[in-house]
Ligand binder design. Structure first.
Ligand SMILES: [Zn+2]
Length: 84
């Protein structure tokens, strides 16, 4: 099965629902290579058990989002910084 890779704009609705603000234009810094890019420019994998967001430069996992029926789990440990 081919893996679909979308850009960070695919995250917009999920992030807005979770955090209540539009974050696709927010720059983040990769915790591995230090690359700084807007969330809209990251690679998003939706065909996973959850959502996985990777650095477009080095492929480091920056964000994982797992959604359950009553709550969500967001792991941001792969990124060094998110600016808003
Ligand atoms: Zn990186």
């Amino acid at each position: 099965m081919e893996t679909r890779v979308l850009d960070g704009n695919a995250l917009g609705g999920v992030l807005l629902e979770l955090f209540g603000v539009e974050l696709t234009a927010a720059p983040c810094t990769c915790g591995s290579c230090g690359n700084r890019a807007e969330l809209a420019r990251l690679d998003v994998y939706l065909d996973c058990p959850g959502v996985v967001v990777r650095c477009h430069h080095c492929d480091q996992v920056l964000i994982t989002i797992v959604r359950g029926p009553e709550r969500s789990w967001v792991d941001l440990s792969g990124m060094r910084c998110l600016e808003q």
